[in-house]
Design a protein around this ligand. Structure first.
Ligand SMILES: [Mg+2]
Length: 247
């Protein structure tokens, strides 16, 4: 039985919204040459390309973007699940932007990714320092969790999960990373599957996939570091090295 690996990107292979580090790139490019893997991210392909070198993306069997709502095979879009958010959701998010006590609004707060809505109080145009400051604020105030919970309570047809350091991913219910296992099995049925992510706990954007994989046979899930830790990829390396030793 072959092992098929599935990786989250932000916090797992790279620091959040930043390039893969040179030391990890050296390790991972070697590893990638000898293993079968897919990537799954809440980001779109453009952002993924800013963070993971293209030759590494080309070593993957496929890249799932927008939380599993798009699949790219060798740079070609294989499928795309569209999501058109209702006005009442947009109004709700705009209200949250007004209400949040967090002082900074850096711009680009509601990003429509075609198959997912990404919401951020501080805004995606923030600097790295501003990003880390909001991440700290959110860890203390639990703001993102509270907003995500409210969305789930209000809209029975929507899902909201926390991804990265500053934002919430909103999709139609079930249209999240959990779709990925079934898609991977279309390419590789009856194998062993391993998923590594930095937010595999309840409320995290890796949780929908982690939850089903924890219950299925021949599937394993590994948590890489603390959620959105700057050096979560080091833990990923340790996990992969250990798995290879045990094989
Ligand atoms: Mg992540």
């Amino acid at each position: 039985m072959k092992t098929i690996y599935i990786f989250d990107m932000d916090g797992t292979l790279t620091p959040s919204r930043r390039e893969m580090t040179p030391d990890f790139e050296e390790f991972y490019s070697n590893w990638a040459n000898n293993h079968t893997f897919f990537l799954v991210s809440g980001s779109n392909l453009e952002k993924i390309k800013e963070q993971v070198p293209e030759y590494i993306l080309n070593l993957s069997k496929g890249v799932f973007t927008c939380g599993g709502n798009q699949l790219w095979l060798k740079g070609e879009l294989s499928y795309n699940h569209e999501f058109k958010p209702e006005n009442d959701l947009i109004n709700f998010l705009e209200q949250k932007l007004k209400e949040s006590p967090y002082p900074l609004r850096a711009g680009n707060h509601i990003e429509d990714r075609g198959s997912m809505l990404n919401f951020s109080v501080v805004g995606r145009d923030c600097t790295l320092d501003e990003r880390l400051d909001y991440f700290k604020y959110d860890s203390e105030s639990n703001e993102r969790n509270m907003i995500a919970d409210e969305i789930i309570r209000r809209w029975s047809n929507l899902d909201a999960v926390i991804g990265g350091q500053i934002s919430i991913d909103i999709t139609p219910r079930g249209m999240n990373k959990s779709q990925v296992l079934e898609e991977v099995r279309k390419f590789y049925p009856d194998e062993k599957y391993i998923f590594i992510g930095d937010r595999t706990m309840k409320g995290g954007n890796d949780y929908p996939l982690a939850r089903i994989m924890q219950e299925e046979e021949n599937c394993s899930v590994f948590q890489a570091g603390a959620p959105s830790a700057e050096d979560g990829y080091k833990d990923t390396q340790r996990i992969l090295e250990k798995l290879d030793t045990n094989e």
